[in-house]
Design a protein around this ligand. Structure first.
Ligand code: NAG
Ligand code: NAG
Ligand code: NAG
Ligand code: NAG
Ligand code: NAG
Ligand code: NAG
Ligand code: NAG
Ligand code: NAG
Ligand code: NAG
Ligand code: NAG
Ligand code: NAG
Ligand code: CU
Length: 513
């Protein structure tokens, strides 16, 4: 557990060290996932959105600006598919002399869920982008870097957590997996969620969790079972298509004198395709919403947005692609598939460079249709348009954004992540969002404050936030293949009139494109 200044030092050290792990042909950017960086998008990270890639041998000191975050976040590379191996936890403690809004745990344990590909991740990325098909799936998932006992390769290195009977442990879970929402479960034990995305939640006791890529979750585990060995395990939730169906494990080992079982108990999981299990769990999260941790959900909305999230197809010359119907798979937000510019959006905005992006990213779908229709939707609708466009918000705008999943090509969940902000998740459901029927059921009392939210398959999710952080902020699906296919967009939040309401100037060492 580190103070902010030590963390900053470690991160700076990390940048220097990273030079050593970066393949020589590669350039990376790093992103502190979930740190809001008030008025300072300059070290936010995503390539060609807020900065140019850091070339090999180059040095760029990223400044982390913490504000109201408290709990677990993480950092990762935000360039191509490098985040597969370049990531770590970032833990923010309560201010000195203050305590957690839950009993002090005996020990705190970061649990990083990741995935392992037998191939070179960069080649896998280039291959699927070239062929137009789905990417290869991972070969295993990882807990703290290890696939666990169900894989023959490294049983001796399986992560082990020693616990003492009666004590409470705080597990800080990070889902750094590339392409899957994950179920996580501990045999014979319940867990109690106390926070997500560096904001505290009301206690939620459950025998499993569902966690999106990008999301973090803080769980209390009480060692209250018969002393033995138990598996904690994780496997995918997948609503369709090809996926990695393996299970990664780690071991909870009780201290004491007993004969451990030859094989620890393995938890039983919800079915892989149980959208209900994923969605039920997620919709039970609630903010603490008390005097010390109040909610401040916007009630008087100035900007009402509805963004469709779609998988798309585009024909290839001579039917040469390997996606469905020999076409190329793409993805879009409001039918716009994002084309990254060669000069980053932030630089172009700050220096008023014309011709890099347009400002016409639509507030609503241009062509409403039955988004979640189960019967075949005409393929013409599945052709997206290219765009390098931004949606501009005034400073202090109060925004309601409804994400609407579509069944174009195939419905699937989308873990949506917004940079620069936390947002309140005020509602969600299946089918098409209905502006008459649904808003009266919003939770404006204790909605969870999050940074990544899984929009359910063929359903919708409504979020609210106040645009009080001026800058250029990326919003994207956290499934890596979807963002590679173009499922992302950019908000520009204008400066306000006040001195503290303007974006700060760039540091002197911003990388050049
Ligand atoms: C887990 O929680 C459920 C529901 O609250 C309860 O019925 C069950 O006994 C608990 N199990 C353990 C092992 O604590
Ligand atoms: C995983 O998929 C493989 C190949 O499709 C299949 O043989 C195997 O039974 C599946 N395993 C589980 C646990 O579903
Ligand atoms: C999940 O898969 C099972 C077996 O493959 C199938 O019977 C069931 O209908 C599927 N459920 C959903 C919700 O798709
Ligand atoms: C999800 O929640 C609904 C309503 O609370 C319940 O009827 C259903 O059984 C739950 N499904 C699962 C898989 O937990
Ligand atoms: C709601 O916001 C508008 C500006 O968007 C403002 O004119 C109006 O006074 C506000 N109403 C309330 C009740 O705060
Ligand atoms: C498509 O096929 C034509 C005729 O066989 C060929 O001349 C052309 O080069 C092909 N184009 C691509 C992109 O493969
Ligand atoms: C939209 O599609 C859903 C699912 O196929 C269907 O139940 C519903 O009736 C359709 N709505 C309209 C207005 O056609
Ligand atoms: C998306 O835009 C393309 C190009 O303008 C159009 O052909 C297609 O029908 C649009 N699809 C939707 C769902 O609006
Ligand atoms: C979209 O952009 C890609 C390059 O990123 C280009 O190959 C393609 O022709 C463009 N398609 C349309 C419909 O504009
Ligand atoms: C923005 O909102 C803050 C907090 O409500 C307020 O103090 C500030 O005056 C507002 N600024 C503008 C320009 O609306
Ligand atoms: C939206 O909901 C209202 C109220 O329940 C209902 O009257 C209306 O038909 C719904 N609209 C659509 C397009 O389903
Ligand atoms: Cu997605």
């Amino acid at each position: 557990m580190l103070s902010a200044s030590k963390l900053l030092f470690l991160c700076l050290l990390g940048i220097v060290l990273l030079g050593g792990v970066t393949p020589s042909h590669a350039a990376v950017r790093r992103y502190r996932h979930g740190v809001k960086m008030p008025r300072y998008p300059w070290s936010d990270g995503p390539e060609f959105v807020t900065q140019c890639p850091i070339s090999p041998g180059m040095r760029f000191s990223q400044r982390i600006v913490l504000s109201d975050e408290e709990g677990t976040l993480w950092w990762h590379a935000h360039s191509e598919w490098y985040r597969n191996s370049v990531y770590g936890a970032l833990i923010i403690l309560p201010p000195r002399r203050e305590s957690y809004p839950f009993p002090k745990p005996h020990q705190e344990v970061p649990i990083l869920l990741g995935d392992w590909f037998n191939g070179d991740i960069q080649e896998i990325m280039e291959e699927f982008l070239g062929s137009g098909s789905d990417p290869e799936v991972s070969n295993s998932f990882l807990i703290n870097g290890q696939p666990g006992d169900l894989h023959p390769c490294s049983r001796q290195d399986t992560f082990r957590l020693r616990v003492e009977s009666g004590k409470t442990y705080l597990l800080r879970i990070v889902n750094a997996v590339m392409n899957n929402i994950m179920f996580f479960k501990i045999a014979n034990h319940n867990v109690t969620v106390v926070g997500t995305d560096a904001a505290y939640t009301k206690r939620l006791t459950s025998d499993y969790i569902a966690i999106s890529p990008g999301q973090t979750m803080d769980l209390l585990l009480v060692a209250n079972q018969r002393p033995s060995h138990y598996y904690m395990a994780s496997r995918a939730y997948a609503s369709g298509g090809d996926f990695d169906n393996t299970t990664t494990t780690a071991i909870i080992e009780y201290a004491g004198n007993y004969t451990p079982p030859a094989s620890p108990a393995l938890p039983s999981f919800p079915p892989f395709n149980s959208t209900a299990s994923s969605h039920n769990f997620t919709t039970q999260l609630r903010s603490l919403a008390n005097k010390k941790y109040p909610v401040d959900v916007p009630k008087n909305i100035s900007d009402t947005l509805l963004f469709t999230l779609s998988i798309n197809l585009r024909p290839c010359a001579n039917d040469s692609c390997e996606g469905p119907f020999a076409e190329r798979l793409l993805a879009s937000v409001n039918n716009v598939t994002l084309q990254l510019p060669r000069t980053d959006f932030l630089q172009a905005y700050y220096r008023r460079i014309n011709g890099v992006y347009t400002t016409d990213f639509p507030d609503n779908p241009a062509f409403p249709f039955n988004y979640t229709q189960e019967t075949t939707i005409p393929r013409d609708l599945a052709r997206p348009q290219n765009g390098t466009s931004v949606n501009i918000l005034d400073f202090n705008a109060t925004v309601e954004l409804v994400f609407q999943g579509t069944n174009l090509v195939g419905g699937i969940d989308h873990p949506m992540h917004l940079h620069g902000y936390s947002f309140y998740v005020v509602g969600s459901g299946f089918g098409n969002f209905n502006r008459t029927r649904d808003p009266p059921n919003y939770n404006l009392v204790d909605p969870p404050l999050m940074e990544t939210i899984a929009v359910p398959r063929n359903g919708w999710t409504a979020i609210r936030f106040k645009a009080n952080n001026p800058g250029v902020w990326f919003m994207h699906c956290h499934f890596e293949r979807h963002v590679s296919w173009g499922m992302g967009m950019v908000f520009i939040v204008r400066d306000g009139p006040g001195r503290d309401e303007k974006m700060l100037p760039p540091p002197p060492d911003m990388p050049l494109c």
